[in-house]
Structures are given as C-alpha cells and as structure tokens.
Ligand binder design. Structure first.
Ligand code: NI
Length: 189
C-alpha cells in the first residue's frame, strides 16, 4: 500500500466527472487499498478517487463513532437507487476543502448500490452520518464538492481562503518550515 497525495480545491481535477470501473481487478483493489491508507493517515472517514487525482468511480469509507460504526467499505460505481423525501442537515467537512465546514441539506436516508472489493454487487441502506458520507463521496465522482451546495458568497470566501493557505504553505515549505497538521472539527469526508 502507498499513501497518495490528496488534492485540495480549487484543483480542476476535483471538478471532473469520473468514469465507471469496468472490472474490479487487482489495479482497482490497489487503488482502494491506497485510498484507505491515505484516508486513515489524513485522517478522514471517507475518500473518493478523484481526491487523489484518479478519475475512476471508486470510494472508501470507514466510520467509527459512537452513533455510527461501519466499514471499512470499498465501493466501485456506487449509485443512489433510493432516497427519502425527508431531508437532514449535517455539518460537513472535506479532506479536499481543509479546515472549512458548513451545514449541507441532503436526503436523510438513501440506498446505495455498488460493487465491493471482490466485484460483488451490494446494496446498503444508509441513514445518519453514513447517508451524508455516501452522498458526499458520490458527489466527488461527479465533480461536486460540499461547497457547491452552499451559497456562492460563502463558497467564494472559502475558495479565496484555501488559495491563501496554499500560498502560505508553499512559502513555508520554501523557508524550510515543517508542515502543520490540520486540526479537525467535524469528520472530513
Ligand atoms: Ni470530501
């Protein structure tokens, strides 16, 4: 397994639509394993392949919290096949939008269909944080970030701050300063 670099907004690769996996072969399993390791290292509870610059429809998830324990899950070609009329609001974060959080409204419950790490088709009924996480990750596969669900004003403010933070990080790296690890508030997905 190997750690991969997590892209941060506004990287154009995060806005691209990913392509379906035709076969869950050794190469896809390697991607899944690398993504899981990268996600644990970040740390985060979900990661989509485009976040590491790979435009294939692959997602990994692992939620280990008091109210929700699920995973690790490996999903190829995940799709929402049912969604509740009822909505839920969660404060979302994202490893590609570091240190920014915002409330996002999504269906409270969804059913996701996907191919697992063995290429077997699975269906999973999701609610709570898992439902949020699955929808957030599938959005990534369609080039959508959680900040695309909030007001343009707030989105642009976050993108400006991310660019500024990136420039500061590059300047610190040039000065030989060690990289500071981000503090997490809500889980980053
Ligand atoms: Ni994310």
């Amino acid at each position: 397994m190997a750690l991969r670099t997590i892209l941060t907004a506004p990287d154009p690769r995060l806005k691209k639509k990913s392509l379906p996996v035709t076969d869950v072969d050794a190469d896809v399993r390697q991607l899944m394993d690398d993504m899981l390791e990268t996600m644990y290292d970040a740390p985060g509870i979900g990661l989509a392949a485009p976040q590491v610059g790979d435009l294939r429809r692959v997602v990994v998830l692992h939620i280990d919290r008091e109210d929700t324990k699920v995973g690790p899950l490996f999903m190829a070609n995940p799709e929402i096949v049912a969604a509740s009329d009822e909505d839920a609001t969660y404060e979302e974060g994202c490893l590609s939008v570091p240190e920014h959080y915002s409330d996002v409204v999504r269906p409270a419950r969804v059913t996701v269909r996907y191919l697992d790490r063995d290429g077997q088709q699975q269906e999973l009924a999701c609610e709570g944080l898992l439902a949020t996480c699955v929808q957030h990750e599938i959005d990534h596969l369609d080039g959508i970030l959680f900040i695309d669900h909030i007001s343009a004003l707030k989105r642009n403010m976050i993108l400006r701050k991310l660019l500024k933070a990136r420039k500061e990080k590059e300047r610190d790296a040039a000065d030989g300063k060690p990289e500071a690890k981000a503090k997490e508030h809500a889980p980053a997905i």
